[in-house]
Design a protein around this ligand. Structure first.
Ligand SMILES: NC(=O)c1ccc[n+]([C@@H]2O[C@H](COP(=O)([O-])OP(=O)(O)OC[C@H]3O[C@@H](n4cnc5c(N)ncnc54)[C@H](OP(=O)(O)O)[C@@H]3O)[C@@H](O)[C@H]2O)c1
Length: 313
């Protein structure tokens, strides 16, 4: 099969398009014919070797942690998916394999694809939407009537987070730069904040939960906007215990994990039209390097996806 293979850690130029052997599913895995693969900021970080120790990734490996495709073959212990089923998955960061014509996904990673989405749209969902879900619902315990501040609301995680919070019945403050203010409103944020012109702490006060995907100064200034007993969940930095204590709040650094049950909940929200998926750019598999360069800008609108094969009819 054709795939993008990393033979050595480095810049985007180490992504090589080549022939490699098709993986075989183990007993708890499905083999998926990949139609589209999502691209996330973490892909480039893993390619560079930054997380080599943490995830144990060793070249050669095939990157790619989001896939949408058609089940080709199932392992002996798989009884909930069969060949021909349309599925999507977030593949564990210590394994990946999504930038390829075929990839294996474990039972814990794979779920039925939303019927209302194309494969390209579906490939943009799993990692980012699961992150938003695990940050707001599992960690933040966000409930109806509560208030949440979502930093980076126009990006991959943020665009799902706004919609998941709204579906939960929360009031949403969201930040993005000037060109993305309209997008925040389209995603149904109650209050759109332009971080290039406004200080979010002057507008969002006494919130129950903050979702921080920016870190540094943004995280530092977020402690003071959370009400006593509230929660800060960061995707990029461990909240400072001294600041948490000082403000009487709690906090955590999230590491998203595959979860096919939660992905199925997300599928329902998508098919019920509670979540829209925004794909701002698609690239061919051979252009994986360009896609990762875009993902590394930190200013992507919605999601970037690699189109690996034609959409099945
Ligand atoms: N820990 C985990 O499990 C986990 C999971 C997923 C993602 N992440 C990390 O979380 C971060 C976000 O991921 P993503 O996929 O959502 O990235 P993304 O698609 O690139 O989105 C980033 C968003 O941040 C906004 N932004 C940039 N600077 C900002 C600032 N100073 N204040 C507010 N918003 C700002 C951008 O909006 P503008 O273009 O308008 O500036 C953009 O919409 C990345 O670092 C990623 O690696 C971690």
């Amino acid at each position: 099969m054709k795939a993008i293979v990393v033979h050595e850690f480095g810049g985007p130029e180490v992504l090589k398009y080549e022939d490699t052997s098709r993986p075989e599913p183990k007993e708890n895995e499905v083999l998926v014919r990949v139609i589209a693969a999502g691209v996330n900021p973490v892909d480039g970080a893993i390619r560079s070797g930054k997380y080599a120790k943490f995830f144990g990734s060793k070249p050669p490996f095939i990157p790619g942690y989001d896939i949408a495709g058609v089940v080709e073959k199932t392992g002996a212990k798989i009884d909930n998916h069969k060949p021909g089923d349309a599925v999507y998955a977030y593949l564990d960061l210590d394994r990946g394999g999504g930038y390829a014509e075929y990839a294996v996904a474990t039972n814990r990673e794979v779920s039925a694809k939303p019927k209302s989405l194309s494969f390209v749209e579906a490939a943009g969902v799993p990692l980012a939407a699961l992150t938003a879900w695990q940050a707001l619902i599992d960690a933040g315990k966000l409930s109806a009537g509560q208030t949440v501040l979502i930093h980076g609301g126009s990006g991959g995680v943020g665009s799902f987070a706004i919609q998941i919070a709204k579906a939960r019945g929360a009031k949403v403050f969201a930040t993005a730069s000037t060109p993305n203010q309209d997008l925040l409103k389209q995603l149904r944020a109650d209050v759109a904040i332009d971080y290039t012109k406004q200080k979010f702490e002057d507008i969002a006060k006494d919130v129950d939960v903050v979702l921080d995907s920016v870190g540094t100064d943004t995280l530092q200034r977020s402690y003071g906007v959370v009400k006593k007993g509230g929660f800060i969940v960061s995707l990029v930095a461990r909240p400072d215990p001294a600041e948490l204590e000082k403000h009487g709040i709690r906090g955590a650094l999230l590491g998203v994990t595959p979860n096919s049950d939660e992905l199925a909940e997300i599928t329902k929200l998508i098919d019920d039209k509670k979540i829209k998926v925004l794909i701002s750019q698609t690239f061919s598999l051979t252009d994986a390097a360009k896609a990762q360069e875009q993902a590394a800008t930190g200013h992507t609108r919605g999601k970037i996806v690699l189109k690996v094969a034609e959409e099945p009819k």
